[in-house]
Design a protein around this ligand. Structure first.
Ligand code: AMP
Ligand code: ZN
Length: 115
């Protein structure tokens, strides 16, 4: 656990969250400020700052994050209608929380390119 990391505190149960799915290496919970009818965050249980810090040895946790996102999409009923998976990295992307998280967004049509 990283000091003063909000999502590490969520993993530790020190900050409440609304669980959607859980696996050995990942946890999925509802975004507190949803940008779509379904907006879930998938995080690794191991603290990684952001996707810019991932390396070739992180394939396992990344694959587990994707399969968790697939399970979220299925349970949320958006697997067929479609969904968007987003990693924000750094200031220009609006990255606020420095613990790796995969946004799962769906339940409405989303434009491209994003604003
Ligand atoms: P990012 O801008 O990619 O760093 O995304 C951080 C996300 O975390 C935002 O969409 C926030 O709404 C969300 N968020 C911040 N605090 C919480 C919280 N306590 N529980 C759930 N989601 C949160
Ligand atoms: Zn953390």
């Amino acid at each position: 656990m990283a000091d003063d990391c909000l999502f590490c505190k969520i993993l530790a149960g020190e900050v409440p969250s609304s669980e959607v799915h859980s696996t050995g290496g990942t946890y999925a919970f509802r975004d507190i400020n949803p940008q779509a009818p379904t907006h879930v965050l998938v995080i690794p249980r191991r603290h990684i700052a952001n996707a810019g810090d991932l390396g070739a040895g992180d394939g396992g946790v990344l694959a587990e994050m994707i399969t968790t996102a697939q399970a979220v999409a299925a349970s949320e009923g958006i697997a067929e209608s479609g969904y968007r998976l987003v990693f924000n990295v750094g200031d220009d992307a609006g990255n606020l929380v420095p613990h790796l998280h995969l946004h799962v967004l769906g339940g409405r049509p989303m434009g491209w390119p994003p604003g």
